[in-house]
Design a protein around this ligand. Structure first.
Ligand SMILES: Cc1cc2nc3c(=O)[nH]c(=O)nc-3n(C[C@H](O)[C@H](O)[C@H](O)COP(=O)(O)OP(=O)(O)OC[C@H]3O[C@@H](n4cnc5c(N)ncnc54)[C@H](O)[C@@H]3O)c2cc1C
Length: 453
């Protein structure tokens, strides 16, 4: 059998898979086939007139060390930056509300500040503080629960709708009563099982008291970091580091066929022999490649749900738009607004815009907005922003990125579905799947999967 490894897709999953294969001393050849003109997938940064615009990821989490380790191996540690600001708002009842000081994973660690918050009613606050007295629920081994049921059961509905859903369920672009606890938030479930309540679990973690004194200290404490020159510097550094992998762009894979012990991988211009195939595409695109191999795998992959999002990034002259010192806002359930969230990138990170400008990322996910033109979205964003902060003019620059059905949703039962998929894949041992729909949605999860593989 040929020792060729074909990796399909040159996003962070495909490129880091090639990197770890090379690092492990892979003897055979490694080829990446990528449909787009450029490698990188969703990780893409535009540098224009002093602006640094992120098209999808703008940061990564450091509590999962895989991405941080890779960044360090790529020699990029010196470029890591922490957020310049940690405050963010919740948009509720048409107002930007401060998150109560000390609110940590829904647990009010500063009860006085929590009791003064405008974000919850008196009854809602007392209900959230009751969490410590609510006994842990007993589960059967494979039993899942929705994030919404979990938070409502432990902290009450207000904590869910005003805080947990916009902040945590938003990351998974999934309504909270459909989002799987087991797949998305196993740590909260483990906290409940181990400590009896999330409050006791959080209180058991030593919390540093003083505010960070300088940027280095901030860097050590921040769970999210970015890179000075943008996230695409990770992709560029990976491309530099790969010494034996061949990367072919504009090479869309159409099908895979069995060929003795190996496979034939077919694009519209070539046929490649492979001993091993690593598929790093989003689930729906991966599904199409199984049409000729195994229709059951194709069906399961097609059933992985996804959501759509559009990101409109706007540059405003500072005299035309005044922003408070904060990273932006997320939106409480039931709020009357067309944006799903808004990041004030130039407030959140240094180096993102020239001094005289703000850079703002507006997220749209409502179905009725997915087909609107860029100009229509700019108008809506301007209107929505001006309800919240002083806006005296229009943006001087704009960038639009579209992700149709490209945000994986981890719905209740996700892990069961993965189990079935993995059982079927045992019949095709030299085909491996990794990616954001599979075992973790963020970049560190993709890198973890590539490393494990
Ligand atoms: C709007 C948005 C914001 C995000 N923000 C963050 C964040 O802040 N932090 C974070 O950690 N994560 C974030 N993520 C998630 C992160 O971007 C993804 O987890 C990660 O980039 C997925 O990488 P991947 O390589 O698995 O897939 P992709 O990046 O999707 O790469 C797959 C590649 O396969 C190619 N391809 C598709 N079909 C074919 C084919 N038939 N043949 C050949 N090639 C093909 C595509 O062109 C693409 O290049 C965000 C995602 C989105 C959409």
């Amino acid at each position: 059998m040929t020792q060729n490894t074909i990796i399909i897709g040159a996003g962070i999953s495909g490129l880091s898979a090639a990197y770890y294969l090379e690092k492990a001393g892979e003897k055979g050849s490694i080829t990446i086939l990528e449909a787009a003109k450029h490698p990188g997938g969703k990780v893409a940064t535009t540098h224009e007139d002093g602006f640094i615009v992120e098209h999808a990821p703008d940061s990564f989490i450091t509590t999962k060390p895989f991405m941080l380790d890779l960044v360090s191996e790529l020699g990029l540690s010196k470029d890591i930056i922490a957020p310049a600001n940690s405050k963010f708002f919740i948009l509720k009842d048409g107002k930007l509300m401060d998150v109560p000081k000390g609110l940590n994973f829904m647990v009010a660690t500063d009860e006085d500040a929590f009791m003064q918050s405008e974000m919850f009613t008196e009854a809602g606050k007392h209900r959230a503080l009751e969490e410590v007295n609510i006994p842990a629920k007993k589960f059967d081994a494979d039993e899942d629960e929705s994030f919404g049921d979990f938070v409502e059961r432990r902290f009450g509905k207000e904590m869910l709708e005003n805080y947990a859903e916009p902040l945590f369920a938003g990351i998974y672009s999934t309504p909270s009563y459909e989002l799987s606890m087991k797949a998305a938030f196993p740590m909260f479930r483990n906290m409940e099982q181990k400590f009896g309540s999330i409050t006791q679990a959080i209180n058991a973690i030593p919390v540093p008291e003083a505010a960070p004194k300088n940027k280095n200290e901030n860097l050590q404490r921040s769970p999210f970091v970015s890179l000075k020159h943008g996230m695409q510097s990770i992709i560029d550094a990976l491309l530099q580091k790969l010494y034996k992998t061949k990367i072919l762009t504009e090479a869309k894979v159409l099908s895979i066929h069995k060929n003795g012990d190996g496979y034939k991988v077919i694009t519209d211009t070539h046929i490649y022999d492979a001993g091993r195939v690593i598929i790093t595409l989003p689930a729906a695109a991966a599904a199409t490649l199984f049409a000729t191999l195994d229709s059951k795998i194709q069906n399961i992959l097609e059933s992985f749900p996804s959501n759509s999002s559009r990101i409109l990034t706007l540059a405003f002259n500072k005299k035309d738009c005044e922003l408070p010192d904060a990273t932006g806002y997320v939106v409480a359930k039931g709020s009357d607004t067309l944006l799903s969230a808004c990041t004030w990138s130039s407030k959140k990170w240094d180096y993102r815009a020239p001094d005289a400008y703000h850079l703002i990322r507006c997220f749209f996910s409502k179905t009725e907005l997915l087909k609107l033109s860029k100009d229509e979205l700019i108008m809506i964003a301007n209107q929505e922003l001006s309800k919240l902060v002083p806006v005296h003019g229009t943006p001087v620059k704009s960038w639009l990125s579209n992700y149709p059905n490209l945000l994986p949703q981890y719905k209740v039962g996700h892990l069961e579905k993965l189990k079935q998929l993995n059982m079927l894949l045992e019949a095709l041992p030299e085909i491996q799947l990794i990616g954001a729909y599979y075992d973790g949605i963020g970049m560190p999860d993709c890198v973890k999967q590539a490393q494990a593989l």
